[in-house]
Write a protein that binds this ligand. Sequence first.
Ligand code: VL7
Length: 135
Amino acid sequence: MPVDYSGTWDIVSNVNFEGYMVALGIDFATRKIASMLKPQKVIKQDGDCFTIRTFTTFRNYENSFQIGEEVKEVTKGMDNRTCQSVVNWENDKLVCVQKGEKKNRGWTHWIKGDELHLELTCEDQVCKQIYKRTL
Ligand code: VL7
């Protein structure tokens, strides 16, 4: 088994979250609130079974998956779309493809030193987030 993503992670940088939200069609008022948030990720990894919980003061999002299994994902509390999602290992990276109405949608996680990195992609927009372990 490659890397262990398990832990509690706090966001320390968030680049082009606005562009990502616009690509998802999030309305102006919601974007203004969302742009102020400091998400925390709580990740549980048990072999190829994952739960990623994203917590904010506004909304939370929970996603459980097994590597290589395509499942229906409803992005409840975000853009509320339905995707066919699958997460695979690409070396030590976790790569999710979210097939649905939006082209080129997905995300990639990797760990670099003590940082958890996340790229969120939708259409031509890429949001780059970095998290650090809670102390
Ligand atoms: C990505 C939110 C913006 C709507 C609310 C903002 C609440 C927190 O896909 C995600 O995580 C993956 C990778 O770690 C695992 O599920 C969550 C959050 C991006 C998109 C949409 C703004 C309204 C944000 C729930």
